[in-house]
Write a protein that binds this ligand. Structure first.
Ligand SMILES: [Zn+2]
Length: 274
């Protein structure tokens, strides 16, 4: 404080510095841009707003390259809203929807911390119905890792399989494209497989998914999987070999809501019904 006065900075500027440094200190981290905390964007009532600092374009480019979609830009762990998960309804005696959601959120934070320390080998399997928040958590984890400079890839599995299928352009060069696509996701330090199982089950898809998972398991590279498939349905839809890989490499967390969170948000006045 004394230093600031010595250099004759106007009092309101000094006050702003003090406030920003207090805020930064509160989070036990220092950011080059306190407005967006180096995320490149910040959240307003309108959603994700790009910051004016130099981090903005860099951060957005990194997110797109990783596979995160614009609609996922305001998905951050700090905004995961536990109020959507009932404290009354129970998944089993003594365990409410809220408690399982809390566990899922805690696991997300632990995962990010472990990755930053380079100690993450086990992945996460987020199981839940449509609009239960599983994609939110997976996208938020991806975003946090990218913000900290870690490479992560986010693929929506049905889209990725479509892409793979279209990579067979001709016998000559199609195979190369497919390899490139597969290698890109197989080698990512962290890979999110969003909506696994929401695609057609065929021997071709079963084979591709098994290759992907098996390769990552062998190389001790973690996956985050979101799916609406319960354990019993995994083997049926993805084949027993892929199912056993998933159980080996991921811890399972369940997200349950009474209805799609998007519907709850609409009722709260965010959408069409108002
Ligand atoms: Zn900024």
């Amino acid at each position: 404080m004394a230093d600031l006065q010595k250099t004759h900075i106007p009092e309101e500027t000094a006050e702003l510095f003090r406030r920003l440094s207090l805020e930064a200190h509160k989070d036990k981290e220092l950011y080059t841009c306190p407005v967006c905390r180096d995320n490149g964007w910040f959240i307003t009532e309108q959603g994700a707003t790009p910051c004016k600092c130099k981090n903005a374009s860099r951060s957005i480019n990194r997110r797109r390259a990783a596979g995160l979609k614009p609609a996922m830009d305001d998905m951050v762990l700090a905004d995961f809203d536990l109020r959507y998960y009932s404290v009354e309804r129970q998944i089993k005696p003594g365990c409410s929807y809220r408690q399982t959601a809390e566990k899922a959120l805690r696991a997300a934070r632990i995962f990010v911390t472990a990755c930053l320390k380079g100690e993450c080998e086990r992945g996460l399997y987020y199981e839940g119905n449509l609009g239960s928040g599983k994609t939110f958590l997976a996208a938020a984890i991806t975003g946090e890792l990218l913000n900290k400079g870690l490479a992560a890839r986010f693929i929506v599995v049905p889209e990725f399989l479509e892409q793979l299928r279209h990579s067979y352009r001709s016998l000559d060069d199609g195979d190369y494209d497919e390899k490139e696509l597969m290698n890109g996701v197989m080698s990512a330090p962290v890979l999110v497989l969003d909506d696994l199982g929401a695609h057609n089950s065929s021997s071709w898809t079963i084979g591709k998914i098994y290759t992907l998972l098996n390769n990552r398991l062998n190389n001790k590279l973690p996956c985050i999987i979101t799916s609406n498939l319960k354990p019993a349905a995994l083997a049926e839809e993805l084949g027993p070999r892929a199912a056993s890989r998933i159980k080996e490499m991921c811890d399972r967390y369940i997200l349950l809501t009474d209805e799609d969170i998007r519907t709850s948000r609409e009722r709260a006045g965010y959408g069409w019904q108002n």
